[in-house]
Design a protein around this ligand. Structure first.
Ligand code: AMP
Length: 249
């Protein structure tokens, strides 16, 4: 059985985001970029399924600028077998990404398709769901446990106030939540080996996908600066301020 894992190149989650002076987008100049954290969890889950003998081959795909091959190589160092970079300088919106992933999944015959629940740059939480709709395949979103049994996969989902387990016929789409696993660190020998693993370069046109979007980002604002805190002299003063200034008690 083959697995497809979608990995997006995003600004590293430790980096303080700067907005461009014209407020058109986030400024990515000289910024550390990484695999989207939920996609790292997706890669880890695929590697664990391979180690358990459930999956034979893991393909990772990324749609984005040429530099996205760094994130594909990181996934290969974690244990994926080969990569596909779909290179584009256009902004990759969820629908276009889902169309490309559908084409890859169908051509490669991948039965387990893992994505992050959301990309931490645009926070769309849409691509997995769109992919499932386009493929007419079942989906298990916000997965915290994945068990493949014969021709189906049982996915435990994190829902409000609890857990829900669903059984999906394969091929199935799974989107990962934070508690699914803790990704391993790549070991140096594996980073070296990853440099030799196959990485195909494609373009959206190879999949017949037009990257023009009907959606456009018109403005990006940074979060408001937090006000400085104050020190109070006593518990009574604190209670008074909470009651009469903040009006929260
Ligand atoms: P989103 O719907 O944008 O929040 O993204 C959800 C998931 O879709 C991500 O965690 C990735 O697994 C996948 N994804 C989104 N955009 C891309 C991309 N450009 N390349 C590869 N995977 C992507």
């Amino acid at each position: 059985m083959k697995a497809l894992v979608a990995v997006k190149r995003v600004i590293d989650y430790n980096v303080k985001v700067r907005v461009k002076a014209d407020h058109s987008a986030v400024d990515l100049t000289n910024t550390k970029m990484s695999i989207n954290p939920f996609d790292e969890i997706a890669v880890e889950e695929a590697v664990r399924l391979k180690e358990a003998g459930v999956i034979d081959e893991i393909i990772v795909a990324s749609i984005g600028p040429k530099e996205s091959q760094e994130q594909i190589r990181s996934a290969l160092a974690l244990g994926a077998d080969r990569g596909i970079l779909v290179q584009t300088e256009d902004k990759a919106y969820p629908l276009q990404v889902a169309k490309i992933l559908k084409s890859i999944a169908e051509t490669e015959g991948t039965e387990i398709i893992l994505l992050g629940k959301q990309a931490i740059d645009d926070d769309n939480n849409q691509t997995g769901q769109m992919l499932a709709a386009l493929m007419g395949a079942p989906q298990g979103t916000f997965a915290s446990k994945v068990v493949v049994e014969g021709n189906e996969v049982k996915v435990t989902r994190e829902v409000d106030g609890g857990l829900q387990t669903v059984a999906l016929d394969l091929p199935a789409i799974i989107t990962t939540d934070l508690r699914l696993n803790e990704p391993r660190y790549a070991k140096l020998p594996n980073i070296m080996k990853a440099k030799k693993k196959p990485l195909d370069e494609k373009t959206p046109a190879d999949f017949g996908v037009d990257m023009t979007s009907k959606q456009q980002i018109i403005q990006v604002e940074p979060p408001a600066d937090r006000k400085a805190g104050i020190k109070v002299g006593s518990v009574d003063e604190l209670v008074d301020k909470l009651k009469n200034e903040a009006k929260v008690i």
